[in-house]
Design a protein around this ligand. Structure first.
Ligand code: FAD
Length: 219
């Protein structure tokens, strides 16, 4: 299968980087085609705005979605954004690897979302959820947390699925992706080396069966 993995972590020796490297290695070994975007390594500029475009339809009043629609006809989207869109169009499965920051994705990944998921191309009137351009693809979040699992309950931080709901429903399912169960490694800094090693092995095992999991989920 064609699999795109996005990494949002600033440290190449981090546990997130280890999860990312494990995923690339395992999936390639399984015979999948893998493309990646390593946001920090690529020094990704995350601020979305006028600079998303090579020229503007209306320089007097910037409206991003209007410019995105204009860009479809006039090819005014910046080449780096187009390149990311092409990877999304290419892939059958998309995985995001990131540490939970303030109950959400790191800003660099949020910026990637704001810039890359353009109107007319990734979603449009009536082209959302099961009619979305990404219908038939699957997506999965692979997330590490600082907080321990016992804190991710209703009367404390809230359930992890509630915290991830805006990403699952408001972004991925909105675009048409079918969302797989997230991979969550809680409290990663407080695990022992052995526990972290086991987490990486479990991740690798899960990815070995990713095609089966995807096919089952898509029904
Ligand atoms: P690292 O610190 O990189 O790694 C943990 C340990 O694993 C290190 O000792 C490292 O050496 C070791 N390691 C690396 N590679 C391997 C390997 N191959 N095998 C074994 N061990 C290895 N947490 C929450 O729970 N909720 C929040 O809302 C939240 N918000 C945050 C906001 C900000 C701005 C920041 C900075 C942090 C926040 N955190 C939050 C904490 C954050 O989620 C964790 O610090 C992060 O998930 C830890 O992952 P890491 O990859 O950075 O770990």
């Amino acid at each position: 299968m064609k699999i795109l993995i996005i990494l949002a972590h600033p440290e190449e020796k981090s546990f997130n980087a280890a999860m990312f490297n494990t995923a690339v290695r395992t999936l390639e070994k399984e015979g999948h085609e893998v493309k990646t975007t390593n946001l920090y390594k690529e020094n990704y500029h995350p601020v979305s705005g006028k600079q998303n475009f090579t020229r503007l339809k209306n320089p007097d009043y910037f409206k991003q979605q209007d410019e995105e629609l204009f860009a479809l006809q006039h090819a005014t989207l910046m080449p780096d954004i187009v390149a990311e869109q092409e990877k999304i169009e290419w892939c059958e499965i998309m995985i995001w690897q990131f540490p939970l920051y303030w109950f959400s994705v790191p800003a660099i990944l949020k910026g990637w979302i704001d810039k890359v998921f353009t109107m007319g191309k990734l979603y449009d009137n009536g082209k959302i959820f099961s009619n979305g351009f990404s219908a038939g693809k699957t997506a999965m979040l692979s997330v590490t947390t600082g907080g321990p699992e016992k804190n991710y309950v209703e009367d404390r931080y809230g359930e992890i699925h509630s915290i991830l709901f805006p990403i699952h429903r408001g972004i991925l399912e909105f675009l048409g992706f079918t969302v797989l169960q997230p991979e969550i490694i809680y409290s990663v800094e407080r695990l022992t080396d052995d526990e972290r090693e086991t987490a990486l092995q479990n991740w690798s095992e899960r990815l070995t069966n990713l095609e089966k999991e995807t096919v089952e989920k898509l029904g």
